[in-house]
Design a protein around this ligand. Structure first.
Ligand code: 5HY
Length: 245
């Protein structure tokens, strides 16, 4: 089984750590292809970054489809471009946010999310509503750690995230925690042991759900909203992956 893990930002070192987390979660025999676009923002923190990372993401989805992968994972907690990717791909597409929310809701009455910057909270809350999982989430919190600071071993990122988890337990009565950034993947086990509750990493959650769908031979429905894009004129030159390209 081959799974494409696409980090929609353009920071290759972050793609490498996401790939390592995905391989650590994958079953024997599952090959992980970890990639990122060649154009777009170095990190995604808010709606503007998200919008400019989608075209590069869709090019990587098209390339992974041509490579014949069994599933795609969007390794950005905002589930960047998820719906468009599901239109472009026949193989299932899993967003790490949606995957983590589903697993979090299986582990406690309510979970809290701990993400990076406050500006990322509205997009995450909107996704919870869209997925119908808002009632299972006590609160979306920000650790105020910029995404790329997670890559810096000298930063106090882990301490800030840990402190926010403690506040989520006390103030939200959270029974589980969902880590709100792909760059936090390597912190889950350590934070779970420290705080005595389940801590869900979206990358690992998405790998297991992608494997389950692929093993069951289940693929995205093409009879409705995720139908392939229709061929049409495209001013400025159609992007790689567009119908006919
Ligand atoms: C992520 N940004 O998982 C999101 C997290 C965020 O570049 N990878 C990013 O802050 O929205």
């Amino acid at each position: 089984m081959r799974i494409a893990v696409i980090n929609p930002n353009t920071t290759a070192s972050m793609t490498a750590s996401i790939g390592a987390a995905a391989r650590a979660a994958a079953s024997p025999g599952t090959e992980i292809l970890a990639v990122n676009p060649q154009s777009g923002p170095a990190s995604i923190e808010g709606y503007w970054d998200e919008a400019y990372s989608v075209p590069g993401l869709l090019v990587e989805i098209a390339r992974a489809e041509r490579a014949g992968v069994d599933a795609h994972i969007i390794a950005c907690f905002d589930d960047t471009g998820l719906e468009a990717a599901r239109c472009a791909a026949a193989a299932p597409v899993i967003g790490i946010g949606e995957a983590a929310f589903h697993l979090g809701s299986l582990l406690g009455h309510r979970f809290s999310v701990v993400t990076t910057l406050s500006r990322s909270i509205p997009a995450i809350e909107t996704n919870l509503l869209k997925y119908g999982l808002d009632r299972r989430c006590a609160r979306v919190r920000a650790s105020e750690v910029p995404v790329l600071e997670l890559e810096n071993p000298a930063s106090d990122a882990a301490a800030k995230i840990s402190a926010e988890i403690e506040r989520a337990k006390l103030e939200d009565h959270a029974e589980a925690i969902v880590l709100g950034c792909a760059g936090m993947a390597d912190l889950a086990a350590r934070l779970s042991a420290k705080h005595g509750l389940p801590v869900v990493d979206g990358v690992a959650a998405a790998v297991k759900l992608a494997e389950a769908l692929a093993a069951l031979g289940l693929r995205t429905s093409k009879i409705g909203g995720y139908a392939p894009p229709l061929p049409k004129a495209f001013a400025g030159g159609a992007p790689e992956g567009a119908p006919g390209r």
